[in-house]
Design a protein around this ligand. Structure first.
Ligand code: ZN
Length: 297
């Protein structure tokens, strides 16, 4: 290829809904009381389903960034934790390539297919995760921010970007689906279209120049989806992934593919919850991310 509630949650939802209209007026009729009861019952049922129905259809597309960089950031997982994730995923399903996940999104077993995606392009990923993936023959998606790889301008202090030689070596493994992630990793929200085009154009130019591959896939930097940017993305790539979002199925717009962000603070328990319960927890995570826009409504 050239290149996707604990009890406390139930409580908070109820509280929010009660507080939504300010002071809740007393019911004035039996009908109103019945409506309110039905609404609460449906919310409780929904939350219960969220808790206990793990089997949402569709492959789970996981977002990783750094492995073993020692930065202390949430997106930086220890190699031991990452190894534990891979083992757990293999024990509970299959780690598949991006194309296989999308084409088989409606298969009965698709909810036990997992895609590993790695954003930005860090040397620690190459050093601490790639050897395991290579040895196990596990496919993965690499979304490259070309600026820090090409120029050494760091996305965060102390980072070490991948080198093109490392990328070449990984491509030779045949396990990589290569994607673009802009040139400078900007917030694309409200960016003028010509600037979005520059970011996309430079990123694609460098990836093609250095690897010979024309990237067909894109990841929004920081998960900041934007309607205006999407018009450029839509004509530039076959697929685009978000920073969170709903499950992937046959009806999913391939330019708005949801993913599951993996964080250090998840620990093993919330990692497995996130994966098994589909993306619903991500709805909550997304709402906490300042300024995140939801293209899916
Ligand atoms: Zn990124």
């Amino acid at each position: 290829m050239a290149r996707v509630a604990p009890m406390s949650e139930m409580t908070s939802r109820t509280t929010v809904s009660d507080a939504g209209g300010g002071i809740v007026p007393p019911p004035t009729s039996l009908q109103q009381t019945a409506r309110e009861a039905a609404r609460k019952a449906s919310k409780a049922a929904f939350a219960a389903a969220d808790l206990f129905l793990g089997d949402f259809p569709g492959p789970r597309i996981l977002i990783y960034h750094q492995i073993g960089a020692g930065s202390g950031r949430q997106m930086d997982l220890s190699p031991e934790m990452f190894r534990g994730h891979v083992k757990w995923l293999l024990d509970h399903g299959r780690i598949v390539g991006f194309g296989d996940a999308l084409s088989g999104a409606d298969d009965p077993e698709s909810n036990r297919r997992f895609v590993l995606t790695f954003d930005d392009g860090y040397a620690d990923f190459y050093e601490n995760a790639f050897p395991l993936l290579r040895d196990e023959g596990l496919p993965f998606v690499l979304y490259l921010t070309t600026g820090h790889i090409e120029t050494g301008d760091l996305l965060h202090p102390g980072d070490r970007p991948l080198t093109w030689d490392q990328i070449d070596e990984m491509l030779a493994s045949g396990l990589v689906t290569l994607g673009a992630h802009t040139h400078t990793h900007p917030d694309l929200r409200d960016m003028p279209v010509d600037q979005v085009e520059q970011e996309i154009g430079e990123s694609n130019r460098l990836i093609e120049l250095r690897t010979g591959q024309v990237p067909a896939h894109f990841a929004y930097p920081k998960g900041y989806w934007d309607q205006g940017a999407e018009t450029v993305i839509r004509r530039s790539y076959e697929t685009a992934v978000l920073g969170a979002g709903g499950p992937v199925n046959k009806g999913t717009d391939h330019l708005r593919i949801g993913r599951v962000p993996v964080q250090q603070a998840d620990g093993h328990f919330f990692f497995t919850r996130k994966v098994l319960r589909g993306m619903r927890l991500e709805e909550r995570v997304r709402s906490l991310v300042k300024g995140y826009r939801n293209p899916l409504g």
